[in-house]
Write a protein that binds this ligand. Structure first.
Ligand SMILES: Nc1ncnc2c1ncn2[C@@H]1O[C@H](COP(=O)(O)OP(=O)(O)OP(=O)(O)O)[C@@H](O)[C@H]1O
Ligand SMILES: [Mg+2]
Length: 282
């Protein structure tokens, strides 16, 4: 929609991995969060990113979007080396991703529509207000919010609506890549399942690639194509859940063979057997 409005198609890029990380090292003082971390994200997939609290999931996401300059290593996004640039340097890819940070904070003094317009104004200051309003309204509806949510302030929304509004803002620039840090945290299971279904649907219809940090086992089973596991300062395994279950790392076994995981797997299988999405309607 933006491209139509501005008549500027993004630079063509045909690689298989929109995100490629090699040898990543992140340290805070003497404390290393990542050491020699490698990861490739495939085009069109929802990659679930899991790991214990403090294993560096959010720091990894911040590194990929250039907010955390790594000590060592290379991170390529759409073939461009993010680590070679300053955080505010124009490198032609920053407008090709959308981000929903952990906690998903919307600007509380701005309406939903104004929140969605923040990245638009940042990257396309020439857009007039009428077009900004139109794009914001479209994004709000796209995420399943009623149109009358657009002029509301975050304090007037439920938790689930805030998440959708955050997603609308993340989608503002028609991104090809979406980064979500714990998007369903704090939602009730039904709200979380609806959010998952929405995310899967948007990913498929908009052709997104999604880097999804989550603790939510239902989300992993329901919508993730592959899962990357962070432990021991690295990505120790990436694959489908059945593939991960083949590995004998204790954290993976405990996580995916624990009672909560078995419950999520059972629900997922039951949903498939009934030939309808377990995630409910978006
Ligand atoms: N700006 C910072 N300065 C110093 N240490 C930091 C900073 N940001 C993160 N850390 C540390 O890096 C480690 C990884 O943090 P991170 O936020 O990535 O964890 P996480 O895997 O996202 O955890 P959670 O699941 O709780 O969100 C933690 O020990 C954290 O204290
Ligand atoms: Mg985190």
């Amino acid at each position: 929609m933006l491209d139509d409005a501005l008549d500027t198609a993004p630079e063509e890029w045909h690689g298989e991995h929109p995100i490629k990380i090699e040898g990543l090292v992140n340290r805070f003082g003497d404390f290393a969060v990542h050491e020699n971390l490698d990861l490739k994200v495939k085009r069109g997939e929802i990659l679930g990113v899991v790991g214990g609290s403090g294993t560096g999931k959010s720091v990894l996401m911040r590194s990929i979007i250039g907010l955390q300059i790594p000590d060592e290593g290379c991170i390529e996004v759409f073939g461009k080396d993010i680590t070679a640039a300053e955080p505010d340097e124009e490198i032609g890819v920053r407008n090709r991703w959308g981000v929903l940070f952990q906690g998903g904070a919307l600007f509380s003094t701005l309406t939903v529509a104004e929140n969605v317009q923040v990245p638009l104004k940042q990257f396309y200051p020439e857009l007039d207000q009428q077009l900004l309003d139109e794009i914001a309204r479209y994004k709000v509806v796209l995420t399943g919010l009623p149109e009358d949510a657009a002029p509301k302030y975050p304090s007037e929304l439920s938790g689930g609506m805030k998440k959708r509004a955050g997603l609308a803002r993340a989608l503002a620039l028609d991104p090809e890549l979406l980064f979500l840090d714990e998007p369903t945290a704090g939602l009730d299971p039904i709200g979380a399942a609806k959010f998952d279904a929405l995310l899967r649907e948007l990913t498929d219809t908009l052709g997104l690639t999604v880097f999804l940090i989550t603790h939510d086992l239902d989300t992993l089973y329901a919508i993730c194509d592959r899962v990357a596991v962070l432990a021991d300062k690295q990505v120790i395994a990436v694959g489908t859940i059945p593939e991960l279950l083949q590995t004998d790392h204790p954290w993976i076994q405990e996580y995916f063979n624990g009672p909560r995981s078995r419950a999520a797997a059972t629900t997922h299988e039951a949903g498939k057997a009934m030939d309808k999405p377990r995630t409910g309607k978006a």
